[in-house]
Design a protein around this ligand. Structure first.
Ligand code: PMP
Length: 396
């Protein structure tokens, strides 16, 4: 048997040498309701690696709505939506999403990965070019590969480079620009106003992934495109329910003609079972809270600013962004792993992010702040970070 899989053993050894083997921890319980504190291996830790930005994953109303929907409609989606797996709940969610985003229609997908792969493969094809930010999420990259369009990557957030590349591809059939609005591993924002100009200048289409901005930015949490007042000029607005919504799933909002096409052409939607009704029920309840609970966005913004300011005061290199994703780049994989391990020992859970999730040589700890973190917890976390840095000075 060992001989049969020797190639995998060899690969594993190589990955181990580069500190690229991955393992997960099991969260045994939530030390406090709300998930800001977790228990792993019997140890209580402050969770600074969660995408549950608004703390909605454990909201009693959202959990109860999921339970109610599951009791009424069952535990599973039972089939693809196109094959009698569509319930009124799904239509209700889509109508609410379209209203919230002020777009003609919305379409729900099983998750963000499937939304990006399904949408890109259905809307772009051979003869088209997709211009994609170098740091876009892996699901965008995979969607472009599936689409068979030409994949042209532009330097991160460098719209001048993008303009240069678009100029070079003047003759192509259709041009798509795709970007995250808030970048998942860097926490910085795309130059959306510039991208809109390029969309106009080159007659291109624009798709924006609001996974980390949905629920968090904009007056009613619609995302960064709404905050900037450009949402109506974005061809496809995509977002997830797995982060600020605290649930699971994803959506796209666009003109009716685009959504109609996706309903018949997006393979990740057609050939996959509808989301479980409980998940959809919870998502509708989460949307209600996201629209109404401005205080959660304010608390998140306040915590993000506090955490960033405290880190800067201690001499950490933090960027001037204002988002809830705060990376501390450490460089080598081994260094990031050690830093994370030492933080863990001090009671802070913040996971090391390594290639290929981030570029080689930029391994980091990706801290995420939640609306439900107490300011004194963030002060304490920065003290732990500073202590780990001082402990490791020169030794790492
Ligand atoms: N887009 C971005 C920018 C993301 O960060 C993620 C998840 N990390 C996804 C898409 C995929 O979303 P999901 O987890 O719902 O599959």
């Amino acid at each position: 048997m060992r001989q049969r899989y020797e190639w995998l053993e060899t690969e594993w050894s190589k990955m181990r040498e580069q500190s690229l083997c991955r393992e997960w921890q099991t969260v045994e319980s939530l030390a406090e309701h709300g998930g800001t504190w977790i228990v792993v291996g019997g140890k209580k830790l402050l969770n600074m690696s969660s995408n549950n930005y608004l703390g909605l994953a454990h909201d009693p109303q959202i959990m109860a709505a999921g339970e109610k929907a599951a009791r009424q409609w069952g535990a599973g989606g039972t089939a693809s939506r196109l094959v009698l797996g569509n319930y009124p709940l799904y239509d209700e969610l889509e109508q609410r999403l379209a209203r919230w985003k002020q777009r003609e229609e919305a379409l729900v997908f099983a998750n963000g990965y499937q939304a990006n792969t399904g949408v890109l493969a259905a809307l772009a094809g051979r003869g088209d070019v997709v211009f994609s930010d170098r740091l876009n999420h892996a699901s965008i990259v995979d969607g472009i590969v599936l689409s068979r369009a030409e994949h042209v990557r532009y330097r991160h957030n460098d719209w001048e480079h993008l303009a240069f590349l678009m100029e070079k591809h003047q003759g192509t059939k259709r041009k798509w620009i795709v970007t995250d609005s808030v970048f998942s591993m860097d926490g910085d924002k795309a130059p959306l106003l510039e991208l809109i100009k390029l969309r106009e200048r080159y007659g291109a289409f624009l798709m924006v992934d609001e996974a980390h901005a949905g629920g968090v930015r904009g007056e009613r949490g619609q995302g960064l495109c709404h905050e900037l007042g450009i949402a109506s000029q974005v061809d496809v607005l995509m977002g997830t329910f797995s982060k600020a919504f605290g649930v699971y799933g994803a959506y796209v909002c666009a003109d009716q003609v685009v959504i109609r096409h996706l309903r018949s052409k997006a393979r990740s939607l057609i050939y996959s079972t509808a989301l479980p009704p409980g998940v959809v029920g919870s998502t509708i309840a989460a949307l209600t809270q996201i629209e109404a609970d401005e205080w959660r966005r304010q608390a998140l913004q306040h915590n993000a600013q506090l955490f960033r300011r405290l880190l800067a005061e201690k001499g950490f290199a933090v960027t001037s962004d204002d988002t809830q994703i705060v990376p501390i780049t450490l460089g080598e994989n081994e260094r990031a792993l050690q830093f994370s391990q030492k933080l863990w020992e001090r009671g802070v859970a913040a996971v090391a992010i390594r290639p290929p999730t981030v570029p080689d040589g930029t391994a980091r700890i990706r801290f995420t702040v939640m609306a439900t973190h107490q300011p004194e917890e963030l002060v304490w976390a920065v003290e732990q970070l500073t202590a780990v840095r001082d402990e490791c000075a020169g030794g790492m």
